[in-house]
Write a protein that binds this ligand. Structure first.
Ligand code: BTN
Length: 250
């Protein structure tokens, strides 16, 4: 890996699973899920991804200016959060980790983006195989700018004028993720949901939501305990959605 990682930092990462550092990888999520048979948690960090993907199988570009990583977890331990909620815990953890790191407030754009200065800083893709779930994060770290066809993107460097160490940010994310899982496991999921709502860039907003089959327009009136949005459409219907692309209208 072109970025150097200190022994102390490596030991920090290793608290959360077996660490795999890869200069180049197809997709860190695929690599992580390939380790699932061992039934051991793992942290996979990639430099360049050649087949990185986002939601709805969109292409996802990553190079060394990004933090590209997957955390392999197992959902079959007692009290583990429901697999469909893991993406929301990851959004909360990443949002908190960035706030702590850069000292600027981030928001969560349902279901899986972290926004900084109202632009996309990071995306999360959770994929499962049996009881294994790969929590993949792609975070814009040290890019000086983005091409004009990505006007919605921002990096930590663009927002702060400083370069950041990807392993430092990753360790902060892993610590927050582990804390959110433990908080849910110990029965405090109501507080976790309240924290997610507080950081939501989507709740109480008028939005357009595109799902694979339909387009809905309305106001998001709630996030339910399963992490779905409750939308009151312009025709007054209530629609509960577990996936989709959200665009804020105001
Ligand atoms: C999205 O916004 O659509 C989610 C993007 C998730 C990208 C990350 S990068 C690490 C992991 N490996 C992948 O192939 N995708 C996720």
């Amino acid at each position: 890996m072109t970025t150097e990682v200190s022994g102390e930092r490596l030991a920090g990462l290793a608290r959360y699973g077996n660490v795999h550092l890869l200069d180049e990888v197809g997709s860190t999520n695929d690599y992580a899920l390939g380790l699932a048979g061992k039934h051991q948690t793992a942290v996979v960090v990639g430099g360049r991804q050649t087949r990185g993907r986002g939601r709805f199988r969109r292409e996802w570009f990553s190079d060394d200016a990004s933090l590209t990583a997957s955390l392999l977890l197992f959902t079959d331990s007692p009290g583990f959060p429901h697999p469909s909620f893991v993406v929301h815990l990851a959004g909360l953890a990443l949002s908190r980790a960035v706030d702590e790191t850069v000292g600027l407030p981030t928001q969560i754009r349902w279901p899986n983006d972290v926004l900084l200065e109202e632009r996309k800083l990071a995306g999360i893709l959770c994929e499962g195989r049996g009881s294994a779930v790969a929590v993949g994060i792609g975070l814009n770290l040290n890019q000086a700018s983005f091409p004009e066809d990505l006007p919605d993107a921002v990096s930590m460097r663009m927002a702060t004028g400083k370069e950041w160490n990807k392993f430092y940010v990753l360790e902060n994310f892993l610590r927050e993720m582990s804390a959110s899982i433990e908080q849910t496991r110990s029965g405090d999921s109501a507080q976790v949901l309240a924290d997610i709502k507080r950081r939501s860039a989507t709740l109480h907003r008028r939005v357009e939501v595109r799902t694979l089959l339909r387009r809905h327009v309305g106001t998001v009136i709630d996030l339910d305990a399963e992490g779905r949005i409750v939308l009151r459409t312009d025709s007054g219907r209530l629609v509960v959605l577990g996936a989709g692309d959200v665009r804020r209208l105001i």
